[in-house]
Design a protein around this ligand. Structure first.
Ligand SMILES: Cc1cc2nc3c(=O)[nH]c(=O)nc-3n(C[C@H](O)[C@H](O)[C@H](O)COP(=O)(O)O)c2cc1C
Length: 453
């Protein structure tokens, strides 16, 4: 079978105890994997066997013990740069995504760390640019409060431009290394960037040679207009949380349409929504696991956020009663019906109770689509989102670990491969190659060549 032009990109968004808040409570789940290098190696190697595009580590700069019932995986975890350096040593092909927050960092540090990781991984590193989802970080970095969106993105825009220049500050052929003449470096090919801007002054050059990929791929994940603009200008992939296909298609088309004004082609940027696959060999097996997880949730059943979500006040109603008439929703169109439809599908019946609706949305607190089903059913939905241009691939968030990942790899990946939707072998060895991205010319060499011509 000839290879279709477009294929899915798949990555793992690591939640070490699983994406489901109660995932760690399953008898078979690993509770302490986040701090066990062997567990993390096994996860990365499993992804590589399945020919995944990447292993993605998110990050936050604050924590508290009260995150335990909603976000247990994000409460404590290893620092991403150190962890990726370790994972790089036990893998060969899988792309590695490190998250670094521009609001609390210096561009020279980040350029240096990312370029170093690109060497250690043989060109497999990419940088997820975030401006910070956790406002509490300010208090850990000698500031009184987290900056507003405009200031964070003004800072991030300048930050990213500097990092990109620093990566190019040594031309690829700057190193002559001529033992006979004693010339180690051609100094005309080393560039001080001399950046002086609103937030930074950075002279350069970087003290790491140009990274193997030339420019590391960039990823971003914000939802605000400014973040989408940053993604359109710089990113090679945008992560997003989408649970309904129509808004996902709008988001997809919206970002892709912004690329032209930056002189970029839509194929240079992939849109990757999160996906929580709760798969079983049969639909009934998957549903049984979903019910088991739902019953393990530790919650006070606060119905206020859920009420806001569907536009109907549920507070004070009995948990085991049926949902009120959805036409009462204050939301436009049939949004409430579609949201409730997701919970009905997951539960396997239409007459769901308020408790069952709560279970579904508690399981997706981070905003990603949870699908319960057999391998074909889940592959069908992935294919639909891909073909309909709601997604170029998915950031897979297994509901529990490591079993949820193993089942995805063992049951769903083969179905996607049989359908020609996903690779059966790696064609390249770098992050760029997995995404079909060319290695960019050095901006200083290019300028020099233009001047020379
Ligand atoms: C799939 C996904 C993953 C994200 N991962 C992180 C993360 O690891 N760290 C973080 O600070 N923000 C993360 N975010 C949040 C955004 O990247 C962004 O920094 C934040 O939402 C603030 O920007 P905004 O106002 O543009 O949304 C993530 C968002 C999504 C959709």
């Amino acid at each position: 079978m000839s290879k279709p032009e477009r294929q899915l990109h798949l990555g793992l968004f690591l939640f070490s105890t699983g994406y489901h808040p109660a995932g760690w409570r399953l008898p078979e789940a690993r509770v302490d994997g986040a701090f066990d290098p062997k567990f993390l190696h096994r996860v990365a190697q499993k992804l590589e066997e399945a020919k995944f595009d990447f292993f993605f580590l998110g990050d936050a700069l604050a924590s508290s013990a009260d995150m335990q019932h909603q976000f247990p995986s994000q409460m404590v975890r290893l620092e991403p740069f150190t962890m990726i350096a370790n994972i790089a040593a036990v893998t060969e092909k899988i792309g590695l995504i490190v998250t670094a927050n521009t609001t609390y960092a210096e561009p020279y540090h980040i350029a240096r760390l990312t370029a170093s990781l690109d060497y250690l991984s043989g060109g497999r590193t990419a940088w997820n640019v975030v401006t910070g989802a956790d406002t509490r970080a300010a208090l850990n970095f000698s500031r009184e409060k987290h900056w507003d969106n405009a200031k964070r993105y003004d800072y991030a825009d300048e930050f990213v431009k500097i990092v990109k220049e620093l990566w190019d500050s040594w031309e690829d052929d700057a190193f002559v290394r001529d033992k006979a003449t004693g010339v180690l470096v051609d100094e005309s090919k080393v560039h001080a960037i001399r950046h002086v801007g609103d937030h930074f002054s950075v002279k350069g050059p970087l003290n790491v040679a140009r990274p193997p990929q030339g420019q590391l791929p960039l990823l971003s994940a914000g939802t605000s207009e400014r973040s989408q603009e940053l993604g359109a200008q710089f990113s090679n992939a945008v992560f997003t949380g989408q649970i309904l296909i129509e808004p996902a298609k709008e988001f997809y088309a919206g970002i892709k349409s912004k690329l032209a004004k930056y002189g970029r082609n839509p194929s240079e940027l992939s849109i990757l929504p999160g996906l929580v696959p709760l798969v079983g060999k049969t639909e009934e097996e998957a549903r049984a696991k979903y019910r088991e997880l739902s019953e393990l949730l530790v919650t006070d059943f606060n119905l206020a956020p859920l009420s806001g979500r569907i536009g109907i006040d549920l507070t004070g109603l009995p948990l085991d009663g049926l949902l009120p008439d959805l036409s009462l929703s204050t939301h436009p169109g049939d949004e409430a019906r579609q949201l409730v439809g997701l919970a009905q599908k997951a539960s396997g019946h239409d007459d769901i109770t308020i408790r069952e609706l709560f279970h579904y949305f508690a399981a997706t607190a981070r905003g990603h689509l949870l699908i319960v089903g057999n391998p074909e059913q889940i592959a069908d939905q992935m294919e639909e989102w891909f073909v309909e241009e709601a997604a170029d691939g998915f950031n897979i968030c297994p509901p529990y670990m490591p079993g949820g990942l193993d089942l995805f790899v063992d049951l769903i990946v083969p179905v996607l491969q049989q359908r020609g939707l996903f690779r059966t072998e790696y064609e390249g060895s770098t992050f760029r190659e997995h995404f079909g991205l060319a290695r960019p010319d050095n901006q200083f060499a290019k300028k020099g060549a233009l001047q020379g011509s």
